[in-house]
Design a protein around this ligand. Structure first.
Ligand code: AMP
Length: 286
């Protein structure tokens, strides 16, 4: 595995690879890697000649300085995992390698996606995500980019970015990888106590029950029951549980309102924000 800190050197290495006709798959991450990240790498490995992974804890997407400071970092462990997963190139930039010495902030028109749900809870977050991914796409110029359904709204933001600026890059959204109790894997899970981590499977189980219930009760009634359940749980603060159009992130009232519907949830548990989601309906009609 070749490791690049400089965007310029990375750029010229990838230009060579492209000249040789090699396809490039790109997996951006913030490190503290777990099986969720490695599943993206595996998909990229299957579909491309060269796999590029980045590890960069992007300050621009943190709206909370404490959260940024507390974000887990484990670079040596991460590098071992990426080598074992046969990543060809690891991009490990510093802030200035990504944004340039002049640190320009370019606002990207996210069509309001950055102001709803996760965007409303974390002002500036999706602008930060879109800005860093735009820089990475310019630097890496991949054929395919791999993102997890775990951060569902992020995949919608990336699709918007691709439509605006990179129509030739293919977005591959990979399924959520879960711990054995159903908790969606996340670098932030490391901040839970052992007991909390064991109990946190309730989030996914609530989503599973919601998916079942909304086929025999109305969607709104089903959501209310699930919200009440989450709010009644000790130590849980519910930030939101909504059913949204999976293409626009607009909330839907009814299962007939859109062809792709996803239930998205965020709870705080032991002071950790935990995100999850489940597809209630997809374009195939199931
Ligand atoms: P992060 O390092 O948290 O920025 O995540 C990097 C990528 O890994 C994003 O595309 C995430 O959606 C994806 N990812 C994180 N956790 C999971 C998971 N449990 N299953 C699948 N993909 C994930």
């Amino acid at each position: 595995m070749k490791v690049f800190k400089s965007a310029l050197l990375l750029h010229s290495e990838l230009a060579n690879q492209r000249k040789m006709g090699r396809s490039i798959g790109f997996v951006p991450t913030m490190g503290a890697l777990h099986e969720g990240h490695l599943a993206l790498v595996e998909r990229a490995r299957e579909g491309n000649d060269t796999v590029v992974c980045s590890i960069f804890v992007n300050p621009r997407q943190f709206n909370d300085a404490q959260d940024l400071q507390a974000y887990p970092r484990s670079i040596e462990d991460d590098m071992e995992k990426l080598m074992a997963a046969q990543v060809d190139i690891l991009f490990l930039p510093e802030y200035a390698d990504v944004y340039g010495a002049d640190d320009v902030h370019e606002t990207i028109d996210l069509n309001g996606l950055d102001h709803v749900l996760e965007g409303r809870q974390r002002p500036g977050h999706f602008q930060g995500v879109a800005q860093v991914v735009k820089r990475f796409f310019e630097q890496v110029q991949p054929n395919r980019a791999y993102f997890g359904q775990k951060d569902f709204q992020q995949t919608v933001v990336i699709r918007r970015l691709l439509n605006l600026h990179f129509p030739d890059i293919q977005l591959v959204v990979c399924p959520i990888i879960r711990e054995s109790n159903g908790l969606a894997m996340s670098s932030r899970n490391e901040r839970l106590s052992t007991d909390g981590r064991n109990k946190a499977g309730f989030i996914f189980h609530t989503l599973l029950r919601l998916r079942e219930r909304c086929h025999f009760k109305s969607l709104q009634e089903s959501l209310e029951i699930s919200r009440d359940y989450l709010q009644s749980k000790k130590g849980v603060t519910l930030e939101y549980l909504e059913a949204v159009d999976g293409l626009t992130m607009k909330t839907v009232q009814d299962l007939e309102d859109a062809s792709n519907i996803v239930a998205v949830v965020v709870v705080q548990f032991e002071g950790v924000r935990l995100l999850d989601n489940i597809i209630l309906k997809n374009a195939a009609g199931n």
